[in-house]
Ligand binder design. Structure first.
Ligand code: TYD
Length: 334
């Protein structure tokens, strides 16, 4: 976490619209511990006047742009929100920064957080490098690719000081239970079928969320302007193998037989245009900035499972009507 890093003495203004996946109470502890250095603002990154007013009110020197619609299945169901938030929202933030900083770019930075999905889908071999051609294949990845292009356009055209990171799949505490790992943990808790899309042979490269954070911070501090850095776990797993392992971790934590949850695994209708494999090469980040992953996957999964099993109140709070509608719709139709 940024606020308790010894080398960071600044202030954080957290701008969040608090849509379905946002939950201000996730940061209650941070707000209490850093009441003088943490400011929460609820608002929309597409609202140019509001964003400009924040630049006017606070002396903002760095923007770390993580705001996005990020769930592929939702982008298939309703792409419009993805274009609005990811494309228009990024444009609004970029333009607000450009205008507020008015050509005085000394000690300023706009950091854009993006995804490996902009590179498309890999076959059995190969990796995504920073110079791999963009080939997005879902409305989600296409919207992120558009935002990446806008960021680089602002660097080349206006000289806006930007850095960018493209990261592989994250997992860890506080992840909204629509993504694979928390969906599976929640389904196990409820003893419901574990919905594996298609044959389960799609491959993802998993990274613990805290390691993503340290990588972003390393790039914000030491990255070269106008550069992209790939961030990855170097940790590829077939979905079906991952779900089996997760079943064993949950069983062990709940004191059940090792095989107990595996009988719930259920192959369901595949996602349209389902990318086969993602695998990141993050040598540039490691060699240039000295970053490395801190956690092995076994440790990370155990930490994550324990967090979800111990934080039932957090889960119950986010299981709003909207959440229930989505689960019903996405999984009933498969
Ligand atoms: P997800 O967490 O949605 O991330 P992304 O699509 O951005 O990679 O999905 C990870 C993988 O797990 C992906 O191959 C789709 C698959 N998946 C399932 O098999 N079942 C599920 O219920 C979900 C949410 C995902």
């Amino acid at each position: 976490m940024l606020l308790n890093k010894p080398d960071f003495t600044g202030r954080v203004i957290n701008l969040d619209k608090l849509t379905y996946a946002g939950n201000a109470s996730s940061l209650d502890d941070v707000a209490a511990q850093f009441s003088d250095r943490y400011i929460f603002k609820q608002g929309d990154i597409c609202d140019a006047d509001f964003v400009a007013s924040l630049f006017g009110e606070y002396e903002i020197d760095s923007v770390c742009h993580l705001a996005a619609e990020s769930h592929v299945d939702r982008s298939i169901e309703g792409p419009e929100a993805f274009i609005k938030t990811n494309v228009n929202g990024t444009f609004t933030l970029l333009d607000a920064a450009r205008k507020a900083w008015a050509g005085d770019f000394d000690n300023k930075l706009f950091h854009h957080v993006s995804t490996d999905e902009v590179y498309g889908s890999l076959g059995e071999t190969g990796y995504f490098f920073e110079n791999t051609s963009y080939d997005p294949r879902s409305p989600y990845s296409a919207s992120k690719a558009s935002s990446d292009h806008l960021v680089m356009a602002y660097f080349h055209t206006y000289g806006l000081p930007v850095t960018m990171t493209n990261c592989s799949n994250n997992y860890g505490p506080f992840q909204f239970p629509e993504k694979l790992i928390p969906v599976m943990i929640e389904k196990m808790v409820e003893e419901q079928p574990l919905p594996v899309y298609g044959d389960g042979k799609n491959i993802r490269d998993w990274l613990f969320v805290e390691d993503h954070n340290t990588a972003v911070w390393a790039v914000m501090q030491k990255g070269r302007l106008g550069e992209t850095y790939n961030i990855g776990g170097e940790n590829e797993w077939e979905n079906i193998r991952l779900v089996n392992t997760l079943c064993e971790v949950v069983a062990s934590e709940k004191g059940k037989d090792r095989e107990y949850y595996k009988k719930l695994i259920s192959h369901v209708k595949d996602r349209p245009g389902h990318d086969q494999r993602y695998a990141i090469n993050c040598d540039k980040l490691k060699s240039e900035l000295g970053w490395k992953q801190s956690l092995d996957f076994g440790e990370g999964l155990k930490k994550t499972v324990c967090w979800y099993l111990e934080n039932r109140e957090w889960i119950e709070n986010i299981q709003s009507g909207e959440y229930r509608n989505w689960m019903e719709k996405n999984y009933k139709e498969r």
